[in-house]
Ligand binder design. Structure first.
Ligand SMILES: Cc1cc2nc3c(=O)[nH]c(=O)nc-3n(C[C@H](O)[C@H](O)[C@H](O)COP(=O)(O)OP(=O)(O)OC[C@H]3O[C@@H](n4cnc5c(N)ncnc54)[C@H](O)[C@@H]3O)c2cc1C
Ligand code: FES
Length: 370
């Protein structure tokens, strides 16, 4: 088993109501897991995470990074014990632990447990598929961002919700996550925005050797980051760098659905030349009567007259009370982490805050859905 970064800690055990850490590893038969919030019940195989077991049996717990860092899968452990044999639960702070929280993507149950977790019904009927796709085109959006257009086999369509992501499957069981930048109404191509990671194996390949015509293997759609079309709330979106990609898909989906709720997009990048979709964004303004765009530069040149600094600071400066909003954010983990804290402190609610944190790939085994 390969581990993600920093996985040097011994396996952890967390129990409820008295939580404690230890190094004990137990072998176990299938455990019964009950979600008190929904009444759903499912079984976990030995050494299967609570999240993997839930998804395998159609119980749609929220998740994003699947390596213990983003907190999307945080829920409450009501009774029983869990342990963390893969990655340590980095996204839990002392307050979370004292409050009986656990991370479903890393927690393995020790015996039967009861949890309290929200479930995301909207994705329950969307099948996760393994598909080949041909690289149709590779375009330079900036010196460090490429757009890939991928074509599925003739007659094949991928059902997904705007904002979800795909895994690109690589040799050796590795996988790399990329948000789908095109909306579901675009049936010809899947679009990805790929930022070059210095020393990165897959993104290095995209920038240096990938040619149109190459066949990729995909798994998806994945994740619970998608636009809530049914919500009446005004929308705030915040993206950092290529975190714009899933937000683009969401905005296009909202426009396609004729949803004209007030919508403000904050996009944080380093310099003005990193704003790689200005024309498209201007077009959003033409097609959506209540759309506003706020670019925020962290390293602007002298002639920049717009917003400066961190993108989440700009959003909070403009909105002292976030309680009325549906908030979506995606991009670098540091931005998502800081944004989450700031948004909750400004009255935003966990239920109406949705995010994908672009953590680097955990190299975890695929989720078994058989
Ligand atoms: C849900 C989700 C959606 C994502 N969507 C997008 C997207 O739409 N566009 C996009 O550009 N990226 C996206 N990412 C991030 C993307 O998956 C990683 O950048 C990619 O896996 C890097 O692969 P690699 O093989 O090039 O790097 P690797 O060979 O895996 O990494 C090499 C080293 O680079 C560092 N590293 C790798 N990735 C990152 C990173 N993202 N940030 C900081 N350091 C890193 C690590 O130290 C790592 O050891 C997403 C991630 C997640 C979890
Ligand atoms: S911490 Fe579990 S999905 Fe990110």
């Amino acid at each position: 088993m390969e581990f993600a970064k920093g996985n040097t800690a011994a396996p952890l055990i967390v129990s409820c109501p008295l939580r404690h850490y230890g190094t004990r590893l137990l072998t176990q038969a299938q455990n019964r897991i009950i979600n008190r919030a929904s009444g759903h019940e499912f079984r976990a195989r030995p050494d299967e995470t609570v999240l993997a077991a839930a998804l395998r049996q159609g119980v749609m717990l929220p998740y994003s990074c699947r390596n213990g860092t983003c907190a999307s899968c945080k829920c409450r452990l009501v009774t029983g014990e869990v342990r963390y044999p893969f990655n340590p639960p980095t996204a839990l702070d002392t307050e979370d632990l004292a409050d009986g929280r656990m991370l479903a993507c890393q927690a393995v149950s020790d015996g039967d447990i009861e949890i309290e977790a929200i479930e995301i019904e909207q994705v329950a009927d969307i099948p996760v598929r393994l598909l080949p796709a041909r690289v149709e085109s590779i375009d330079e959006l900036t010196p460090t961002v490429r757009r890939l257009r991928l074509k599925l086999p003739r007659g094949q369509r991928l059902q997904f919700l705007a904002g979800q992501y795909m895994d690109i499957l690589l040799p050796g069981g590795k996988r790399r996550a990329f948000s789908i930048a095109s909306p579901p109404s675009e049936t010809e191509f899947l679009e990805l925005h790929v930022r070059h990671v210095s020393g990165g194996g897959f993104t290095g390949h995209v920038f240096e050797t990938m040619q149109a015509g190459e066949i990729l293997r995909l798994e998806g759609p994945l994740g619970m980051f998608f636009v809530r079309l049914g919500s009446p709330r005004p929308i705030l979106m915040m993206g950092g760098g290529t975190g714009f990609a899933p937000l683009k898909a969401m905005i296009e989906d909202l426009i396609h659905a004729g949803d004209t709720r007030p919508l403000i997009l904050y996009w944080g990048v380093r310099t003005a030349s990193d704003l790689y979709a200005r024309e498209l964004i201007a077009d959003f303004g033409q097609r959506h009567p209540e759309f506003r765009f706020v670019p925020v530069l962290s390293e602007p040149s002298g002639d920049w007259s717009g917003r400066r600094g961190f993108v989440h600071d700009a959003l909070i400066e403009d909105h002292a009370d976030l309680a009325p909003f549906e908030v979506y954010m995606s991009g670098p983990p540091a931005m998502v982490h800081a944004g989450r804290r700031a948004i909750l402190a400004a009255g935003g609610s966990e239920v109406h805050l949705h995010y994908d944190s672009f953590d680097f790939a955990p190299d975890i085994p695929p989720m078994d859905r058989t």
